[in-house]
Design a protein around this ligand. Sequence first.
Ligand SMILES: Cc1cc2nc3c(=O)[nH]c(=O)nc-3n(C[C@H](O)[C@H](O)[C@H](O)COP(=O)(O)OP(=O)(O)OC[C@H]3O[C@@H](n4cnc5c(N)ncnc54)[C@H](O)[C@@H]3O)c2cc1C
Length: 603
Amino acid sequence: MADLRDEFDVVVIGSGAGGAPIAYELARAKRSVLVLEKGALLRTQDERGPGRLSDFKRDEMFNAGPERIITTPGMVNTGASFFTSHVEPDLNDEPHVFTNVDRPQDGSKITIEGYTAQVVGGGTQLYGAVSLRFAERDFKLKTANQGRQLKGDPGGDALKHVIDWPFDYDAIEPFYAKAEHLIGINGTVAGQIKKFSQDNYQTPLLPNPISEFARLGMQRLGLQTYRTPLAVITQKHEPSGRTAGDPKVGYVNRYGDPLGYKSNTWVSLLRPTIRDGHDLELRPNCVVTHLEASGRKISKVHYRDPSGNRRTVSGKLVIVACSAIESVRLLMLSAEEDPENFASLVRYRQDGCLLGRFFLTHAFGGAEVQIKGQRFDKSISLDSDYATDSCASEDFLDAHGLWAGGAIYNNTSDQCLPITMARTEGDTDLDFFWGGFIGAQDHTSEAALQWLNGAFGSRLSAAFMANQIPRFENRIELHPDVRDKWNRKCGHVIKNFHPHDEQVMNLFADVCRQIMVEGVPKYTELGSGSVYGNAVRIANHIMGGARFAPSRELGVLDPNCRVWDADNLYVTDGSFMPTSGGANPTLTIQANAFRVASHLLTI
Ligand SMILES: Cc1cc2nc3c(=O)[nH]c(=O)nc-3n(C[C@H](O)[C@H](O)[C@H](O)COP(=O)(O)OP(=O)(O)OC[C@H]3O[C@@H](n4cnc5c(N)ncnc54)[C@H](O)[C@@H]3O)c2cc1C
């Protein structure tokens, strides 16, 4: 390891949605690029060789590593048991701490929430691959709400901290098109309310027959539908050199795909760039501990190599893309290491410092039914077939007094394998079967078989993803006491929803319920709801904490995602977002990263 190269044009920290597009573009433009990634490189079956299995252990599927106990003292859940998959940190090694900002008296919890996946490709390795564009209005929510009265805003402060994005939909549209082309996404343009300059979608698979009920429900409610854009290739994908095969739904949706059909950023962007001989070096299993500054420049990136040795590297440009919570944490840890210099670049602990503020998730939820008397083969399609933007239309928002809209899409719900369905029973992410051992006798023997027999292949749901109100109080901090295995302060998530979010979520959950009622002739077990009031459930969508803004007073980053007071430091994961958008965020994170890359090529 002694002769490792230590100077690059660009150092990218994190290989997920926000980091990989920058590495791709800059390496192809003849810059030398290093990607430092905390997680391992998990190879597909093809990469491992004929007859071999992929590096995924499949424990990410049901968190069934050995049971462990939370040992951090003083937490509400100290002593509780937990499971960790091989792509998540062990909660005793590197937890997030969660506190409800409106109910600190409830105490704090250790949680895995807010980690996507620590692996080359980041969250795009495990994501559901739903790749929606944001609606045009999502970029201008301050302007769009001027003079409007909102329902469910008792304090009249819902819009107090809302800012517009520093550019509009038209400015990011070419980068959406580019991302759709390079990443490899299937879907349809017709039926979307967004403008498209190009149709780069691959042809979707035939929909699962169960999804027809959802389409019918949407249609009967007057909602316009389209095929849900999914980052899974269904045809030959020239840009990444991948050939499509038969995607297995249980492995593509929300688990690591051993076949490489799901368009994670490893198989779609990084692997082809390395294969094509560009100057892109990937160092997996390397965790960046802090950044060092000299004047307005980042002079060194400090990291630990796979053996735990401390190393440094330097780059003319440094791109932080560790995912929202971890990027904010890295900047704060760097400020504490270097209180004189780095701290002043991010204005850490100074008046007006916004680092960590306006942390966001989504307003989300849905409705689910079990169809009576029919069973469907879920292995013949992907998890989501139909989506609608109609609840993001101006008419819908005006009629219901909402500040912003969202997208709704159906899920075939129980994947193709009984075990994956059992894992997510009741949305607890806790094994259904395991419940039998810990006292839920209705989950054992004959009852368990009957449940499987009755429920397997018959579930259908509709889910929504809507904008969440940005609150100044919702924030990421360094926890003063809880430390990770490297003795660094852990990320502390302090958050709750605004009352208007309840208004949004109730309404969207009801639309999802109506889709089921209208579309499904005979059903049982109708359940609907949202995450409002669920203090810890912050979802897999984490955004904000270092928002970009048109002025230094309003945000941490300038419109090109550069830290305002630093010359060569950029943050391009989901933390740049000032509002969370009415759709799953990853395509927008990728499109923005392509946008930033095109700017970086001009300087
Ligand atoms: C189960 C699941 C389902 C999801 N489904 C969807 C979906 O259908 N659609 C959608 O749009 N989104 C979905 N998401 C969310 C999606 O994964 C994230 O929005 C996206 O990955 C965020 O991109 P990012 O660049 O911010 O971070 P990430 O993609 O998470 O990348 C961050 C990377 O940085 C690395 N890193 C962190 N700290 C360090 C450090 N100190 N040093 C070096 N490397 C570091 C991490 O290991 C990680 O690889 C899902 C997520 C999960 C977990």
